[in-house]
Design a protein around this ligand. Structure first.
Ligand code: GDP
Length: 309
C-alpha cells in the first residue's frame, strides 16, 4: 500500500526515528514531513550539535548505527581519543564521520543560513527525499532542574549524568522567541494526517508543541491527529519517560500521556499489552507497537495509515 495523503510526523530521536523509517517506506517522499525536536541542541567544542535531527537523518539515510539507534554505523572515535590525550574529558560521544555533519552545520550557521536550510542541504546530500524540519529556527534549550545538581543543561543531565538525577522541573530556554517556520506552518496546514511519534512526551514532544502557536495550529486542523504510545505496559522501551513521569508527580499511565496531549490529538494508538485501557474523548486503536525489527516498523506505520484513512 502506498498512501497518497500528506503526512506530518512529530518526533524526538531514536523512538520516533523507527516510526519515521516505517512511514518513509509507505508514504511518497514529497508527502512526508518530519518535524523534529531541537530542544536537545547544544554547543560542544564550538560545534552546533542537533542530536534528534541527526538521529532522524542517519536513520532515514541508512547510515545509522543499528545497535545504538544513533550515530553512524562503523564510525570511529579517533578525534575523541586525541582530545583525551590532550587532557580533555569529552563526555559526549562524537564519531569522526559524525563530526563532518556538525562542521558543515556550524559553518553554514556562521554564514547566516537557517537550521531549516542547512538540514535540507544535509538531508538531500545524504539522499533523503522526504522533508526533515527542525521544530523552529530559533535556538531553544531544554533545561532540567534536578534535586541533586540544581538546573542542568539538557545533555549534561541526559548524557553526562545518564539521566539519573531526579527531575524537579523542566524549562525551555528561548521558547518565547521561537517562531513557526514557513515550511513547518505549510506542512501542518496541508497535512491530511498528523502523527505524534513514540518519543518522550516531556523531553521530545513538549518542546515542539511549545513553539508559540504550534499546538494551536495542530489542534485547529480537522484531520486525524494521532499519537503512538511511548509506553508499553507501564514501561518505557528505553529512556527516562516513566522515570520523569514519576518524578514530576504524575501517575504512570496512558491516561497521563493522553492528558498531556489533550486537545492536540483526537486518536491514540496503544499497545496490545494495554488493550483494556479506556480513554474518553479519544479514538483508540490497539496494535503491537514495539518496533524491534524493520518489519514491525513498517507494520506499525501501515497500521497508523490504514486506521486513519
Ligand atoms: P526520543 O525518541 O528521542 O524521545 O527518545 P527515545 O528513543 O529514548 O524514546 C522515547 C520514548 O519512545 C520512550 O518512552 C520509549 O518507550 C518510546 N519508544 C522507543 N521505542 C519504542 C517502540 O518501539 N515502540 C513504542 N511504542 N515506544 C517506543
Amino acid at each position: 500500500m502506498v498512501d497518497s495523503r500528506n503526512v506530518v510526523l512529530l518526533v524526538g530521536g531514536v523512538g520516533g526515528a523507527k516510526l519515521a523509517a516505517g512511514l518513509a517506506r509507505m508514504v511518497p517522499p514529497d508527502q512526508l514531513t518530519i518535524i523534529v525536536n531541537t530542544g536537545d541542541d547544544f554547543w560542544h567544542y564550538g560545534l552546533r550539535i542537533c542530536p534528534d535531527l541527526d538521529t532522524i537523518t542517519y536513520t532515514l539515510s541508512g547510515l545509522v548505527d543499528p545497535v545504538n539507534g544513533w550515530g553512524i554505523a562503523g564510525d570511529t572515535t579517533i578525534t575523541l581519543d586525541a582530545l583525551g590525550r590532550l587532557g580533555e574529558m569529552p563526555w559526549f560521544r562524537l564519531g569522526d564521520q559524525d563530526l563532518a555533519t556538525h562542521l558543515v552545520r556550524t559553518t553554514r550557521l556562521d554564514a547566516g543560513e537557517s537550521l531549516t536550510q542547512i538540514t535540507q542541504a544535509i538531508t538531500s546530500a545524504l539522499g533523503i527525499r522526504c522533508r526533515i524540519l527542525p521544530m523552529t529556527d530559533e535556538p531553544v534549550a531544554t533545561r532540567v532542574d534536578t534535586v541533586e545538581h540544581g538546573e542542568l543543561d539538557f545533555q549534561d543531565y541526559f548524557v553526562r549524568h545518564r539521566w539519573q538525577p531526579t527531575v524537579r522541573n523542566l524549562r525551555l530556554d528561548g521558547i518565547q522567541d521561537a517562531t513557526i517556520s514557513a515550511p513547518v506552518r505549510q506542512a501542518i496546514e496541508n497535512a491530511d494526517l498528523i502523527v505524534i511519534g513514540p518519543s518522550n512526551p516531556w523531553l521530545s514532544i513538549q518542546p515542539i508543541l511549545s513553539v508559540p502557536g504550534l499546538r494551536e495550529l495542530i489542534a485547529s486542523r480537522s484531520v486525524p491527529r494521532v499519537a503512538v504510545t511511548p509506553i508499553i505496559g507501564g514501561q518505557a522501551v528505553k529512556g527516562p519517560t516513566v522515570k520523569i513521569m514519576q518524578e514530576l508527580g504524575y501517575t504512570v499511565s496512558l491516561e497521563t500521556v493522553a492528558g498531556f496531549y489533550q486537545r492536540t490529538i483526537n486518536g491514540f494508538v496503544v499497545d496490545v499489552q494495554d488493550q483494556d485501557v479506556h480513554l474518553s474523548d479519544l479514538r483508540l486503536s490497539v496494535f503491537d507497537t514495539l518496533m524491534n525489527s524493520d518489519q514491525k516498523r513498517v507494520a506499525l506505520a501501515e497500521h497508523v495509515l490504514s486506521w486513519t484513512s
